[in-house]
Write a protein that binds this ligand. Structure first.
Ligand SMILES: Cc1cc2nc3c(=O)[nH]c(=O)nc-3n(C[C@H](O)[C@H](O)[C@H](O)COP(=O)(O)O)c2cc1C
Length: 437
């Protein structure tokens, strides 16, 4: 029997989901309440997903014509509630699935972050992960009193130390420190709680952590570094990496690269699960599925400005300043997401910005998955066989209850029947399930 693979879901923030899409009810007014997110957490737990990752950023985009208009009108990454609140609520309606909120290292002192994550890990009985991002936008930095983001690779150097501080704080309570001895009236064994006294290049903290220990000891770390420096950072710290590259060759190359970095740092490659972004389009017949895909592609062509606004938000490039019917000037660089600009340059090949965006495959993510539940399940199995592991991260633009049912009640049984994904959780805690195969 083939080894099963892992599944997770990339949720576009604690926010309005799928604005403008059909089957979303009154999402424009109901989004503030958590019902859809809680339904989603329950559905994906029934489907035995490893985790839900809650994307986040902490600013309103302003990278198109120097204005927030296009972002606000079209709900492009705004609004965004604080992900810790919805994450906490999700943990209370589930018992096995991992919940992974995103927090930027620029926005939290490591003590505050370590305490927040430890608390979430406690209230979820060991099911919390942290999507550790360095941030990329100067606008976000300005919300925290900084003039702008530090330089790209320096952010990862800082994050390396940040991670060391968090690990130290989570380790400041030894296992078994809480004895809860009612007879002698002693709650905590003081010999098992230690200061950290970290004085580093970028951060200082005293410790110990006052939240008490995280249920997993060290909570799960998720990461998505795409640049060479980002990959090194992910390979050093992550239990799971989420990746956006196109095609099985690039998927395999990314995983091999990360494994190489892991071995160089003395880690076992099987201790980190690499998941690839997918956007499956599923229907009862092949014709209907391809028809849906065609409609999605047609809509994408009418939304070039919105897509450029989104692309500009993660690269800090204001495409509104350029003539869209000319190529992007060669001297444009980014201190934001490097991998995205690199991908753009590869596709552009001298073409205008508009033509490049029009030709950019905005529907398929890592690989094309279009068809019936059975055909898509079979293709997912083939892809994993080619790549070698470790699973997929669903990132679907049409998040609604109908889509969730297509996945939970359509695709998942087809995958389970093939022995490609789990039918029941093996363990209680998040990392244990992630490392179960
Ligand atoms: C699937 C996926 C999810 C991501 N989620 C976030 C997020 O929620 N917040 C954020 O600031 N960055 C997010 N990123 C960006 C990455 O952290 C990273 O900055 C990006 O992949 C570019 O890599 P680089 O920083 O090494 O250049 C995500 C990236 C991917 C591929």
């Amino acid at each position: 029997m083939t080894k099963p693979f892992h599944l997770a879901w990339f949720l576009q923030g604690s926010s309005v989901q799928a604005w403008g899409e059909p089957w979303t009810g009154h999402i424009g007014t109901t989004w503030e309440r958590p019902e859809l997110f809680l339904d989603m957490a329950r559905a994906l737990e029934r489907a035995c997903f490893d985790y839900i990752l809650l994307e986040d950023s902490s600013y309103v985009g302003e990278s198109f014509n120097g204005s927030t208009d296009i972002y606000l009108k079209n709900a492009i990454a705004v609004p965004r509630q604080d992900p810790s609140v919805v994450a906490a609520l999700m943990t209370q309606v589930t018992s096995r699935i991992g919940i992974v909120p995103t927090f930027g290292t620029y926005a939290y002192h490591p003590y505050l972050l370590a305490r927040l994550i430890a608390t979430l890990d406690q209230v979820s009985s060991g099911r919390i992960g942290w999507n550790a991002v360095t941030g990329s936008s100067d606008f976000a930095a300005m919300n925290f009193g900084l003039p702008g983001m530090p330089e790209h690779d320096l952010r990862y150097d800082m994050a390396d130390e940040y991670m060391q501080v968090c690990r130290g704080l989570w380790g400041s309570w030894e296992p078994g420190a809480i004895i809860a001895d009612r007879k002698n009236g002693i709650l905590v064994d003081p010999t098992k709680v230690h200061p950290v006294n970290h004085k580093g290049k970028f951060y200082s903290t005293r410790g110990p952590l006052n939240s008490g220990p995280a249920a997993q000891g060290q909570p799960v770390i998720a990461q998505a570094g795409g640049s060479p420096r980002g990959r090194k950072f992910a390979a050093a710290h992550a239990d799971t990496i989420v990746v956006h590259v196109k095609g099985t060759e690039a998927m395999k190359a990314y995983r091999d690269d990360v494994h190489k970095y892991m071995v160089a740092q003395g880690r076992n490659p099987s201790d980190c699960k690499v998941l690839y972004l997918i956007n499956p389009i599923i229907a009862e017949t092949m014709e209907e599925a391809y028809d849906r895909k065609k409609k999605r592609e047609a809509v994408a062509l009418t939304k070039i400005d919105e897509r450029l606004a989104h692309f500009g938000k993660v690269t800090n490039i204001d495409f509104g300043r350029f003539d869209l019917d000319k190529p992007l000037p060669d001297d444009v660089t980014t201190n934001g997401h490097q991998q995205n600009l690199e991908q753009y340059r590869r596709i552009a090949n001298g073409r205008s910005i508009r033509e490049t965006m029009a030709s950019f495959n905005a529907v398929d993510l890592s690989v094309e998955l279009v068809g019936t539940p059975d055909s898509v399940a079979a293709r997912m199995g083939e892809v994993m066989q080619e790549v070698g592991g470790d699973g997929f991260l669903f990132s679907m633009p049409n998040v609604n209850r109908r889509t969730l049912a297509e996945i939970e009640d359509g695709l998942i049984p087809a995958l389970q029947d093939r022995g490609l994904v789990r039918k029941a959780y093996e363990h209680k805690q998040f990392r244990e399930n992630l490392l179960a195969f």
